[in-house]
Design a protein around this ligand. Structure first.
Ligand SMILES: [Zn+2]
Length: 199
């Protein structure tokens, strides 16, 4: 997370946001024949990306994710914590209710995307808040590796792999985006959540 103070630019003017939205809607309308399935809430989602709320790391920008391609869940750090897991669980439920079958009809990819220079590292000096965020004891915080994005993303991928409710055939991967270079590093290459032997 970088500073949350918005620069004194267009975004201070609400009218500018609404104007951008009008332009977006007009463009959507012009392209609607190309993307006929967009009005559905969960159009055959093929990926869920878990990422940080930091405004520099929007998957739409850094991975070129287009509308309808992936569900993006963002929190502080892009970390797996009880709040994130609740959202993931509800997402699966929404998919069921909507009659979709995420991951059932082909390859489905769960991506954990964290990044360098993450604001969560600045919470390292506030273990009580961090422990509450992860719903763990302060003396367990070391395992979460909040100051090391590569270790953290590997830890979180392992945590997701340990959840029996997640389909073993889904692919899972862990990426770290370098805010200095703009490149993502593959820390955990895409692989099934569980192999056939231990699914
Ligand atoms: Zn961050």
């Amino acid at each position: 997370m970088t500073t949350l103070t918005l620069a004194k630019t267009d975004l201070n003017n609400f009218d500018h946001l609404l104007q951008r939205n009008k332009e977006f809607a007009a463009q959507q309308s012009a392209e609607s024949t190309l993307m006929p399935s967009l009005p559905r809430a969960l159009p055959n989602v093929k990926a869920v990306i878990i990422g940080c709320a930091d405004m520099r790391v929007d998957p739409a920008h850094i991975l070129g994710i287009k509308p309808g391609e992936a569900v993006v869940l963002r929190n502080i750090g892009g970390r797996i914590n009880p709040g994130l897991l609740e959202q993931l669980g509800l997402l699966g439920r929404i998919g069921e209710v909507a009659g979709e079958n995420p991951g059932g009809g082909g390859e489905f990819h769960l991506v954990v995307l964290q990044h360098t220079d993450c604001g969560i590292t600045r919470l390292a000096g506030d273990p009580a808040k961090l422990a509450h965020y992860f719903q763990i004891q302060e003396d367990e915080l070391k395992t979460k590796a909040v100051t090391d994005p590569r270790a953290a993303v590997a830890f979180d991928v392992a945590a997701l792999r340990a959840i029996p409710a997640l389909p073993g055939a889904w692919l899972i991967s862990g990426l770290v985006y370098d805010v200095a270079t703009g490149l993502v590093e593959i820390v955990v290459p895409p692989a099934p959540i569980r192999t056939a032997q231990n699914s």
